[in-house]
Write a new protein. Structure first.
Length: 127
């Protein structure tokens, strides 16, 4: 059994396949899910797990080169959540964000019910 880190098998396996430049999306429970690509659905009920719980677990395990949120989330609690963990976050229109999400290597659905609680994380390298 693992001693620490992400215990969810599908999420842990998906993380192990990520390389430089790959995108992981952490999504609220309302973001339309793409028909293709791996989806790790962690949502149990509204708020469980929260966006920040999943983001914190991922930032502990990943080297993150950049992050993107929807412009509609700027100036909201979502912006605060992401900026406090990943300074210098970019923003794009929500429709463009949804297209980016459909191209992500992994999409992680949370139970978060806060509007625009979505972030795309581009993986870096540890060297």
């Amino acid at each position: 059994m693992k001693k620490r880190g992400i215990l969810n098998g599908p999420l842990s396996a998906a993380i192990a396949t990520l390389g430089h430049g790959d995108v992981v999306v952490v999504a609220d429970c309302g973001l339309p899910l793409p028909l293709s690509g791996p989806i790790v659905d962690l949502a149990l009920v509204f708020g469980v797990p929260s966006f920040t719980q999943v983001l914190d677990a991922l930032t502990d395990e990943l080297v993150i080169e950049s992050a993107v949120i929807a412009e509609e989330g700027r100036g909201t609690v979502v912006d605060e959540w992401v900026q406090s963990r990943l300074p210098g976050v970019a923003a794009i229109p929500h429709e463009q964000f949804k297209r980016l999400a459909s191209e992500a290597k992994v999409l992680v659905r949370t139970g978060e019910a806060t509007p625009y609680a979505n972030v795309a994380l581009r993986c870096g390298v540890p060297f």
